[in-house]
Design a protein around this ligand. Sequence first.
Ligand SMILES: [Zn+2]
Ligand SMILES: [Zn+2]
Length: 895
Amino acid sequence: MLQANQKEISKDKLRAEFSKNPEKYYSTETFKEKGFKRQKCSICGKWFWAIAETNNCGDSSHTPYSFFKEKPERISYTDFWKKFSGFFRRNGHAIIKRYPVVSRWRQDLYFTIAGIQDFQRIENGLMSFEYSANPLLVPQPCLRFKDIENVGVTGNHFTTFVMANQTSFNYPREGYWRDRTIELNFNFLTKVLGIEPEEIKYSEDVWAMPDFSEFGPSLEFFSKGAELGNNVFTQFELAEGRIRELEGKVVDTGWGFERELWFYTGLNTAYDAVFGQVLDKVQNELNMELDTEFYSKFAKYGGALNRDEVKNVADAEKRVLQMAKIAPRDYERKIKPMQAIYALLDHTRTLLFAITDGSLPSNVGGGYNLRVLLRRSFDFIEEYGLRIDIRTLAELIAADLKPMYPELSTKHDIIEKVVNVERDRYEHAKESAKKAVEVLLEKGKSISKEQMRTLYESHGATPELIAKVAADRKVKLDLPDGSYTAIVQGDMVKRGRENESRRISLPKNLPPTKKLYYDFATRSRSKVLFAKDNYFVLDKTPFYPEGGGQVADAGTVDGKEIKDVQKVGDIIVHFTEKNSGLKKGEIVDAIVDEERRNAVIAHHTATHLISAAARRVLGDHAWQEGARKEAHKAHIDIAHYEKLSEENVKAIETMVNAWLFNGIRVHAEEMSRGEAEGRYGFSIYQGHGAPAKRMRIVTIRDREGKLIDAEACGGLHAVGRENLLGIVCIIDTARIHDGIDRIEFVAGPAALKRFEAMHKELDDLARAFNVDPLLVGKKIKEQQEELRALHKQVEKGNELIADSIAELIQDAEVIERELDVDRKTLIKIADLLVKRNNESIVLLRNRYGHVICMAGSASGKSAAEFLNSKLKGQRFSGGGSRRFAEAKIEQKQAQ
Ligand SMILES: [Zn+2]
Ligand SMILES: [Zn+2]
C-alpha cells in the first residue's frame, strides 16, 4: 500500500494511487457481468466505468440534466420512501429511524450534516462506530447552510436534505463489501429508478475525513447528468503518520433522497418533486395562484444561477432570461415570487426539524443560522406580499411527512410562539438596521462582505433588507455576490472548549474496561493493563470518566492522585499529574473520593429534575443546551426565546423541591432504542446521550409512580439514594446568549455546605450587631438610615467649612495650598475660588495625596498642564482637561 505522511497526502494523490490498481480498488463482479468498460474522461481525466464507449464520465458539470419528463411521475415524498426503502428491506437491510438533526452527541457540530454522523462516536480524538443493525438504511435529515442563496433559485439546493444512508459495517467480520454494494446499487438504479444500464456511469473517486484519519476509494454514480450518489469504501486509516488497513471496514452509500425523487419524477425542479403535495395545498388553503406553467419556462435554467459557480449574478441572470425567453419584468413579477415560495418551503422544513429536535433561533451557535433563515423568510413574505404564515406552512409540511416523521406534527404551538417572538424582535431591530445601512449608503454605493456581516451581527440586517433600503432611497447598490456566505456560520463549529481532545495512543488489543461505578463502588483491587507517561488503563475501575457534563471522579490509585479520567471507546483512561510509574501487570488499589462523588451525583440527578421542571414551566422547547455538574455547584443551560423571569425561576425551584419533599424514585435501565423512544419520546436526547442500539435510560418518578423525567444518560445518579438530593437551591441565573439561559444551583451536600456557610456568615453579623440572626436585616436597615442622616450632616458641615476656608484664602492669580480636608471639599473650595476670580488658577492638595487643580475661565491657563508641571518627578495617577484636573499621588507610608 501507499507510503505517505499527513503533509503529503491528498485526495488527488490517493485517487491516482487507487486508480493504478483498479482491479483491487474499483472493479466489481457486476461490472464484469454487465459488460462495464473502464474508460478515461477526456474532460476531467478521471477513470470511470460505463457499458457504452464514451469519453465523458457523466459528471453534472460536463453534461446538462436530461432526466426531465414530458409526463412527470406523480408520487408523494413518503410514498417514494416506501418504494425506496422497500428495495433495501427486501435485500436484508434494517430500516432504522432517523437521528435528531441537533447533533448533541458530537462536540464539534451543531447539526447533523451527513447520515454517517449518526454512527460516528468521537472520544478523545478517536473515532468508533455505534450501530443498531447491520446492514441498515436510515432516512437522515441533514442541515447545511452554506447554499442559502441558491435555495429556491437553482431548483436543487436545500438547507435540509434527507441523506438515505445505506451502510454496512465492520467487513470482513460482518456486513458486505464492494461486490455486493455495486450489485445492490445497479439493481436499485435499473429496477427501482428504471434507468437503462447504458445510462449508468460509475466514476473512480476517493472519500476522506478532512484530516485523512479515515479514507478509502469511492464509486460515484451518475445518470443523465445527475449525480445520484456515492458508494464509499472506508478501508484505511492514517494514524501516527502511517497508513494502515482498517480492521473493520465500512461501506457507506449516500443517497441524496431529494435528488433521487426529483430524478424519478422528472419534474422541473426538485422543489416540485419534494413539496408538490404541499404546494397544491398552499394554493387551495391559502387561496394563492401559482403560475407554475410560466415557471417551467425558467426551471431548466435555474441551475445556471448556482452562486458557487457564477462570478456575476446579474450577468448570469441576463443570460438565463435570454435563453428562457423571459422578459425581465416577468422575471420580477412571476419567477421571483415562486422562488421565494420554494425558499419558504425549504426554510420552514428546516425550522420544523430543528425546533422539534430542540434548537431555537438565536444569535450564537446553531441557532444563529436558524435566525438567518427565519429573517430571510420574513423578508420574502413582506417583499412579495405572500399570504402565507409560517405556522400554517409548517403544519402542511409536517402533515405531508407524517408517515415518515410523525414527531414533526407535535410542535406547532411552539413554532408559532417562536415565530411571533422572532418577528417582533426583527421588526424592532429593523429601525436600527435601516439607519445603519443608510449611514453606509451615504458613504458609498457598495457594501463589502465584511460590512454585510457586521450589519447582520450588530443590527440584524439581512441582505434582502439592505437591498430594500437601497431601493427605497433609489440608490443603485452593488451587493457582493454570495452575501449569505458572508453571514451564515459554517457547519463545523466547535462547541466551547469541551472539544479539546487529548491525543493519546493506546494499544489496539486492550479489552473493554470493566466499569464498577454504576454499582456505586468506590474501591477496587485492579490490574494495570497498560501504562505510559502520565496515563494508564486498568482491567476494572471505580473511577467515573468525564462525560455528559459530569466531571470525572477524583481519588487515588496506589496513593497517586488521579487528575482526570477519560473514556476512549470502551476503555477508561486514568491520568496522573506526572509519570505514574505504574507497570503493566501490577495490582493496585483504586480509591475514589466518595464525598466528592456523592455531591456530584446529587447535582447530576438535580439537573434532570430542573430540566424537567423547566419544560413544564416554560414549554417543551426548553431543551437542555448544556450542563456541568461539579462537586461544589452545578449549572444547566436552557433554551428559551425570552429571558427567564424571576417568577419562572421561582416556579422551577418550587416544583423541584415539591417533588423532592414528596419523594422521588430514580431508576436506570438499559433498553433498546426503539423501546426507549417509543416509551419516552425524542426528549430522551436532552443531554449528550446519542441514539444507540442499547441505551441507558435514567427515569425519575414521583411517589405515585408518575414519570417526571426520562433521559438517555450514562452519568451517575442517585438510584436508591434519592435522599442524597435533600433540597435544591437556585443561586443565580444569567442570559448567557440570546436564546439560552443558565441556571446555577446547588443540591444535596453542596446545598448543605452553602447553607452552613451562609449561616456562619449571618451568625457573625448577628454577633457584631448584638441581635438575633433573624433581626440582622432590620438592624442593618436602621443603621443605614442613621448613616444616611449622618452623611447629610457631614456634607452640610463640609460645605460650611469650604465656604469659610475659601473666604480665608487670599485672592491671587496663582493659589496653591495644602488643606486638611477630604477630596470633595477640596473641589468645593477650588470651585468657590475660581468663581470669585475667574482669572485665577487654584491647586489644592490634602495629606491623603489628593491633588485638585481648577483654572478660571479667564485665566488663560490649562489646569491639566499646571497640575502636571507641579507634580513632576512624583508618582501619581490622574489627569484632566483645561478647566479641571486631579491626581492621586502614590504614597509610600500608610495614610
Ligand atoms: Zn469527467
Ligand atoms: Zn444525565
